[in-house]
Design a protein around this ligand. Structure first.
Ligand code: GLY
Length: 400
């Protein structure tokens, strides 16, 4: 066909003639079966810049000509400038890009600004992104990596408890939209994840609490002993200098979060069913995070969502009152809210639930824990269940 510059209408005419004459048409099957190995290491420790640089000089940096460190305004000052200087001293070609800290920066607009800046600085397909920061940074930078030049490698260097517990592992990357969080994104796996516990020492108390919400969620869904460990130790982290004084607790939290999360992700990377369990508490959580205009931090919204989840679960008989109270008490111990903000009406919360990614056939779906440390699996094998809007409205109204 190439070389025959036929007008579209001439092509259609020829096809028509061919069909009328019963001539054999051509049909191709484009076989594109893939065997992909996206496995990667997670390294947990303190002060890991030297390790990162050593890795980049070895296998991890193979084929990469230049690096873009992407970070936010807070982390840039605390760690970004230092990593940039170290990499420069070691002879790497590297740029440092930052955006204003906070969830409100996790947008398509910020993505575009960073992409244009990378293009202007000459980044191409042989570049690699180093996402240095918490969940907002790794979600956004991972999404940029997944689409820049149709996909370049990226490395997550996590500097927050929230990032370590959730966003830096599992390959979910995204930006928020005015309608809801994380609606536009990709599943795109990093080449390596570093979890630097020394960086937790500079987190303000509010961010320590924020990070602990996903940690408690993991305990609720998969590990009762971890839940008990948190009951006994979580308050220590909120003491003055708590993170610095209790390194072993931080290490245990980081390791257990990673284990629980990767056990789920490796079985169901694309969330066909099992991965939905990581959404525990997020049906209400994500809705109220958006409704608050991001005044609620992600962990705070998840804590309230988890409280709603156990209260609805109690009504459905999945968890006892004593267990539900224990879950709520643990969130409160971690300095997190467990009640819907007064100013949010039940109705606006219910309507926002329809933006949840689990909605199927127009039905709002919830994931529930069964007691503490287990997830409820329903008779049809699903880990989420559709609930009637009226039941949700009535229950939220009763328990809020
Ligand atoms: N944050 C939920 C997930 O990674 O699936």
């Amino acid at each position: 066909m190439y070389g025959h510059n036929l007008e579209p209408c001439a092509t259609i005419k020829l096809l028509k003639i061919a069909l009328e004459r019963g001539l054999r048409m051509s049909k191709f099957y484009v076989e594109l079966k893939k065997v992909v190995d996206d496995s990667y290491d997670i390294e947990i420790g303190k002060n890991l810049f030297e390790t990162l640089i050593k890795d980049l000089k070895g296998e991890l940096g193979k084929g990469i000509s230049r690096y873009a460190i992407i970070t936010d305004s807070n982390v840039k000052t605390l760690y970004g400038d230092r990593l940039y200087d170290l990499m420069k001293e070691e002879g790497f070609k590297v740029d440092l890009m930052s955006f204003p800290a906070g969830e409100t920066s996790k947008t398509r607009a910020t993505k575009e600004i960073i992409e244009d800046s990378m293009l202007a600085k000459g980044h191409r397909r042989d570049s690699c992104i180093i996402a240095l920061g918490g969940g907002v940074v790794t979600d956004l930078a991972g999404f940029i990596a997944g689409t820049f030049g149709r996909g370049i490698p990226f490395i997550n260097y996590s500097t927050s408890i929230l990032g370590a517990a959730d966003a830096s592992v599992g390959g979910k990357t995204a930006v928020d939209t005015p309608l809801a969080t994380n609606l536009i994104g990709l599943i795109y796996q990093p080449k390596k994840v570093y979890i630097d516990l020394a960086t937790w020492e500079t987190l303000p108390k509010k961010q320590v609490s924020n990070g602990l919400a996903e940690t408690i969620k993991h305990a609720c869904m998969a590990d009762e002993a971890f839940f008990t460990f948190l009951e006994e130790n979580i308050e220590k982290l909120l003491e003055e200098e708590g993170i610095r004084k209790h390194f072993e607790i931080c290490q245990h939290i980081a390791e257990t979060n990673c284990r629980i999360k990767y056990e789920v992700v490796k079985k169901d990377e694309r969330e066909s069913n099992l991965r939905q369990i990581l959404n525990l508490g997020h049906t209400v959580g994500r809705a109220i995070e958006t409704l608050s205009g991001y005044d609620l931090l992600h962990g705070q919204a998840v804590a309230i969502g988890m409280a709603m989840q156990v209260k609805i679960g109690e009504k459905l008989g999945y968890i006892t009152k004593e267990e539900a109270d224990r879950v709520i008490a643990l969130f409160e111990k971690a300095g997190l809210p467990t009640k819907l903000p007064e100013e949010m009406s039940t109705e606006e919360v219910v309507q926002k639930l329809y933006t949840d990614k689990k909605v199927r056939q127009g039905k709002i779906r919830f994931v529930f824990e069964e007691g503490i440390g287990r997830i409820k699996r329903h008779e049809d094998g699903n880990y989420s269940i559709a609930l009637e809007e009226e039941f949700i409205r009535k229950t939220i109204d009763e328990v809020r």
